[in-house]
Design a protein around this ligand. Structure first.
Ligand code: 5GP
Length: 361
């Protein structure tokens, strides 16, 4: 009997098992939105045992009941508050980070860039300690299969003073851990705050050697998109409302395509928040069909009850992609990471070895 070839592989149906086994790269995951129900429960119990109160447990129960349902963007942002109420100490941030890393590793993710907005809690935790807790959790992660990097987020709703505080903390931490802390992200409620307030901090971080990713066009906002593209970040998040069919314009769309900036696409997040009408009508297909660099991502796997394997499966299902197309998409994602060239080459070797093994199975 002859061994299967890549051609045979292309003919095979994409399945859940295939997507789970596919080696994957996750480049857009927010720590507090990625917490599983199990982690939320454990953190709530930990908090209860320390404080004697069970308010947080009630909040979690409500969140779990609603888990996985469609929500407006506004409701999603309320939900982040529940996770935030549980990650208020360095120990909780450490546990949250370790749990999320393990869950991504169990899902076949070989490279993860985890992002989070450092918070200070008076008398308990500074932003620097929040970042350090994540660094420690990444360094002590026992799963040797996954390479993890940290991106620090600025929340566009928190104002310039908070952004420069975060910037100071991240630059200090970056100078101590230059290989581990790789980037700065601008996120937060797109209906609040002004991009221009944060561009100086983003430029400062870029000059200090950090890569930049900006959440872009989650709601129609042509002026802002124009400014983001002129800034030319290393990656863009979402880009939902740039195509003329989805609240953008031909001019902006062409500008995005000409920029060649890789776009992090989170289908379930966009569909569940209602910013994309359906998986089939997601702007993924417009970018994919013109070979614009894209990477599939989960955004908030806890809030949206998804996994990166599911994102690959849903994308293949809705757009008729083959196994080979998924392989190529997963492999090319490595080029869009903020890892070193050496790490990228090692990852590509690993992916290709896994591919060769699966081709002969
Ligand atoms: P954290 O940064 O606290 O670890 O993760 C949750 C935070 O990430 C949210 O409070 C929000 O600022 C940001 N975030 C998570 N998902 C999204 C999203 O889909 N869009 C935007 N703009 N921000 C998000």
């Amino acid at each position: 009997m002859r061994a299967g070839t890549s051609d045979d592989n292309m003919m095979l149906q994409v399945s859940d098992v295939f997507c789970k086994r596919l080696p994957k790269v996750e480049l857009h995951a927010h720590l507090n939105g990625s917490l599983s129900t199990k982690t939320l429960r454990e953190l709530a119990n930990l908090q209860k045992s320390l404080s004697g109160s069970d308010d947080a447990v009630w909040n979690i129960q409500e969140a779990i009941i609603e888990h996985g349902q469609k929500r407006t963007l506004e409701e999603c942002f309320q939900l982040f508050g529940i996770a935030h109420s549980l990650t208020t100490t360095p120990a909780a941030v450490y546990k949250a980070t370790q749990d999320v890393i393990k869950e991504f590793a169990d899902d076949g993710v070989l490279y993860l860039e985890l992002r989070s907005t450092p918070r200070s809690v008076p008398g308990v935790m500074s932003k620097a300690q929040y970042i350090q807790a994540m660094v420690d959790a990444i360094q002590n992660s026992t799963d040797g299969q996954i390479l993890v990097k940290l991106m620090v987020s600025l929340d566009r709703q928190q104002g310039q003073e908070s952004a420069s505080e975060t910037l100071d903390a991240v630059l200090t931490a970056h100078s101590q851990n230059p290989k581990l802390i790789v980037g700065l992200d601008l996120s937060g409620d797109p209906m609040k705050g002004s991009l221009t307030d944060y561009l100086p901090s983003l430029a400062h971080a870029r000059n200090a050697g950090l890569k930049i990713s900006i959440h872009c066009a989650e709601i129609p906002n042509p002026d802002e998109v124009e400014k983001i593209l002129d800034f030319h970040p290393d990656r863009l998040g979402h880009c939902t409302c740039i195509h003329p069919l989805y609240g953008g314009s031909q001019e902006l769309w062409i500008k995005l395509l000409n920029s060649h900036i890789p776009v992090e696409l989170c289908l379930t997040s966009n569909v569940k928040c209602g910013t994309a009408e359906s998986y089939k009508k997601h702007h993924f297909i417009h970018l994919f069909s013109v070979k614009h660099p894209v990477v599939l991502a989960t955004d908030d796997k806890g809030v949206f009850s998804t996994s990166l394997s599911e994102e690959y499966m849903l994308t293949a299902d809705s757009h008729g992609l083959s196994r080979e197309q998924l392989w190529q998409m997963a492999l090319s994602s490595i080029d869009y990471t903020f890892a070193s060239e050496e790490e990228k080459n090692q990852l590509k070797d690993m992916f290709l070895q896994i591919k060769q093994l699966s081709d002969v199975q």
